[in-house]
Design a protein around this ligand. Structure first.
Ligand SMILES: Nc1ncnc2c1ncn2[C@@H]1O[C@H](COP(=O)(O)OP(=O)(O)O)[C@@H](O)[C@H]1O
Ligand SMILES: O=C(O)C[C@@H](O)[C@H](O)C(=O)COP(=O)(O)O
Length: 332
């Protein structure tokens, strides 16, 4: 099975949401209290995905709002430098700040993120800063769930989705749940459901779908039975190192195994997975291959220090897939 996209569009992917800063512990395998130095990278899930798809050779653009300071300028320069179109990144004029994510790497399995996201510029994106002429140039609008957490960013994203549907741009919804940005689980569930029901493709972890459904331990069949009554044609549910599943509206189920690797830290997996999965879909590969691309890309990024800078190239992904399938053949 393949997903069809409009071929006559200038941009493969336009992502909307936050572009922020990750400060990753340089001395890792210890608690953050003992970490004295942090390395700066561009971060924020949709920015990571725009960077990841651009590094894979897609034409990516970004809609978001940056702080009018050194951090905002660093983010814009970095994203432009890796080929992301930044012409639709607005600059805040009201003194709002860049979101910061300090990452703690206690061990490869035990990682956490300490986020500074009060009054962040990205959540002040205005609907008037979402441009119809820009959106209609895209094959895919990639929506990050966190951008729905507060107004006016929430309305800006809803406007972007409306315009995407008007111009036959596929809406890919990455649930990207960050609890502390939301007022209550009920509120998250309302907006996640609203957007997921309108999206063409929905991607998230099993835990994130539970948040969307406001349930404790949901199951994949109930999730897809519900979503396939609405717009989605493809639903991807990730189960961490246990792998991921893609379900199509036409009734097929595909499973993608994770590629085991020497893990440095666990964050970055989701964004690298989304970048390569999208790359494969947009370049006409089938779902099985897209799952392999997503998993291989994630395996590469979890073995490195950053999320954005570590995003792999197509040949690195293909090499990992080829090595692992050779190994699997030898063990049969
Ligand atoms: N420790 C790991 N080693 C190798 N691959 C991993 C690991 N953790 C996750 N992955 C890959 O990344 C994908 C997404 O990971 P997951 O943890 O579900 O997402 P998120 O980072 O969004 O929470 C998984 O489906 C798997 O292919
Ligand atoms: O999304 C953020 O604001 C932080 C990210 O930049 C950070 O690199 C991260 O947590 C990525 O994790 P993922 O969701 O597992 O890809």
């Amino acid at each position: 099975m393949k997903v069809q996209f409009n071929s006559d569009r200038e941009f493969d992917v336009i992502a909307i949401g936050r572009a922020c800063i990750d400060l990753n512990a340089v001395e890792y395998n210890r608690p953050m209290e003992e970490t004295m130095t942090f390395k700066k990278y561009v971060g924020g899930s949709p920015a990571n995905i725009a960077i990841g798809t651009s590094k894979l050779g897609l034409k990516a653009g970004f809609i978001g709002k940056l702080a009018n300071d050194q951090h905002g300028r660093f983010i814009e320069q970095y994203m432009r430098g890796v080929g992301v179109d930044t012409t639709n990144m607005a600059v805040d004029t009201e003194g709002h700040k860049t979101g910061l994510a300090f990452t703690e790497i206690k061990s490869p399995e035990e990682c956490s993120i300490l986020m500074y996201r009060d009054e962040v510029a990205d959540l002040y994106l205005q609907p008037s800063e979402v441009n119809e002429d820009y959106i209609k140039k895209a094959k895919v609008l990639l929506v990050s769930g966190t951008a729905l957490a507060k107004s006016p960013s929430r309305e800006a994203v809803l406007k972007a989705i409306h315009l995407a549907k008007k111009h036959d741009v596929k809406v890919v919804f990455e649930l990207d749940y960050r609890g502390y940005t939301w007022a209550s689980p009920e509120e998250t569930s309302v907006y996640y459901s609203l957007v997921a029901e309108q999206a063409d493709v929905v991607v998230g972890t099993r835990d994130e779908f539970d948040v969307m459904e406001n349930v404790a331990e949901g199951n994949n069949s109930e999730t897809i039975n519900h979503l396939f009554k609405y717009s989605p044609e493809l639903v991807v549910i990730k189960h961490g190192v246990e792998g991921s599943y893609a379900y199509s509206k036409s009734g097929e189920t595909f499973r993608g195994d994770a590629y085991l690797t020497k893990v440095l830290k666990t964050f970055g997996a989701g964004d690298s997975y989304a970048s390569a999965f999208l790359y494969a879909l947009i370049t006409g590969k089938d779902i099985e291959t897209a799952l392999k691309f997503g998993s291989a890309s994630a395996a590469i990024v979890v073995s490195k220090h950053s999320s954005s800078e570590a995003m792999p190239t197509v040949s690195e992904i293909e090499q990992l897939i080829a090595e692992r399938s050779e190994k699997a053949e030898q063990t049969v």
